[in-house]
Design a binder for this molecule. Structure first.
Ligand code: CP3
Length: 358
């Protein structure tokens, strides 16, 4: 596979804590419903899954935010729920309600029957990765991703988004053996899935542990972090003669920063609840940090957006040595005005360049 030469590798260098001229940035959910062109393509595709399962559409929406903004990375357009979908749980995205599984894991028998899916069923994802790499033409690196075993497990047991995680936490405390079996299958599937994305052309990978933060101390380490670590341990870390950095993002995980930093990933994603400077003092330079602007800052006037962006950069502390990728602390809101992002990207780039040369 011969891909075009990478022209902007600042994102990859920052993740490997190598010198950079400015702080690179991208945004979680950068391809999504706040962009009118995304809504237009989604309407043409007919449904979220039709969009994600068609490589031309997936490629088109992946590139949309890059046409508008000078972002330093692209992220594959897909979803963390493709794995349970391939396991036969029957995924559907009901408009306005989010994901729904027709066959959630509710009985001991459901859990016994669960198996790692044949990666052929996810070929549409790997095909999209390869097409996007060609269409990017080396402009910026492409990030592949998956959910953590715990986070996809939440949807597989709850059957949909949840506010209290009652069903999966009942299983955790009443039948931990069943939950461990689900997590083990998810772990094996996720390793194969991410390695196939890397094989297909992903230049960095991110593990979204979006719901790790709902767990009690102790339960987090046993049911989320231990399995995320197994995934990290199983990943291919070099490809095309270059390191493939791994980012682990646990929403609500700042309390466990030192433990998360120790599992062997190259970078840790952070939400807005903990300052980057404080986390850096705890974990040292053992990992790069990614984050952590509150996405709701993008609803403020431009001057505030710019000031808050500078505050995040100043809080991290140094620019030139790398180690910081600017991002939001969670996905961008669908109600965000697209112009607000222009100001954010401009401020992150110009301010960090200035801090670097001064
Ligand atoms: O631009 C990108 O970041 C890449 C694409 C991406 C999507 N989902 C597309 C999507 C990524 C990285 C994800 C990850 C994902 N999916 C997570 C982890 C990140 C996080 O936000 O914590 C989670 C928990 C999911 C599960 C999921 N997918 C939910 C709960 C929903 C519905 C609620 C919502 O936020 O809209 C989705 C649907 C989804 N995935 C949309 C997009 C753009 C919106 C659906 C639509 O177009 O109808």
């Amino acid at each position: 596979m011969n891909f075009p030469t990478l022209k902007n590798d600042i994102f990859l260098r920052a993740l490997m804590r190598e010198p950079v001229p400015y702080t690179p940035m991208w945004m979680m959910r950068q391809a999504g419903r706040y962009l009118p062109e995304y809504n237009e393509t989604r309407a043409r595709a007919g449904s979220f899954m039709a969009l994600a399962q068609n490589r031309e559409y997936a490629c088109e929406v992946t590139l949309q935010p890059l046409h508008r903004y000078k972002l330093d990375a692209a992220i594959l357009f897909s979803d963390i729920l493709t794995i349970p979908h391939a396991m036969g749980l029957g995924l559907d995205f009901v408009a306005g309600e989010g994901p729904r599984f027709e066959y959630p894991l509710r009985s001991e028998d459901d859990v016994r029957k669960l198996a790692v899916p044949d990666m052929d069923r996810l070929q549409y994802v790997f095909d999209a990765v390869t097409l996007i790499r060609h269409e990017l033409d080396g402009r910026v690196p492409l990030i592949g991703f998956a959910g953590s075993p715990w986070t996809i497990g939440c949807y597989m047991v709850e059957g949909q988004s949840s506010s209290d995680y009652r069903l999966i936490k009942t299983m955790l405390y009443a039948r931990p053996d069943l939950l461990h079996r689900i997590l083990q299958v998810n772990t094996e599937a996720t390793i194969q899935y991410l390695n196939a994305q890397i094989q297909a052309g992903a230049q960095a990978v991110m593990i979204f542990d979006s719901w790790g933060g709902v767990l009690a101390d102790g339960a987090f380490q046993e049911f989320s972090l231990a399995y995320t670590k197994k995934v990290v341990d199983g990943l291919v870390r070099e490809r095309e003669g270059r390191k493939v950095p791994v980012i682990v993002f646990t929403k609500g995980g700042a309390l466990w920063a030192e433990e998360i930093a120790a599992i062997g990933a190259d970078a840790m994603g952070l939400d807005w609840t903990a300052g980057l400077g404080k986390i850096r003092r705890q974990v040292g330079d053992s990992v790069a940090l990614q984050g952590n602007l509150d996405p709701h800052v993008l609803f403020a006037p431009e001057a505030t957006i710019r000031a808050e962006a500078r505050r995040v950069i100043d809080d991290f502390g140094t620019v030139g040595k790398g180690g910081h990728v600017f991002n939001l602390g969670h996905g961008i809101s669908r109600f965000t005005p697209p112009e607000a992002v222009l100001a954010l990207v401009d401020e992150v780039h110009t301010y960090s360049r200035r801090m670097h040369t001064e």
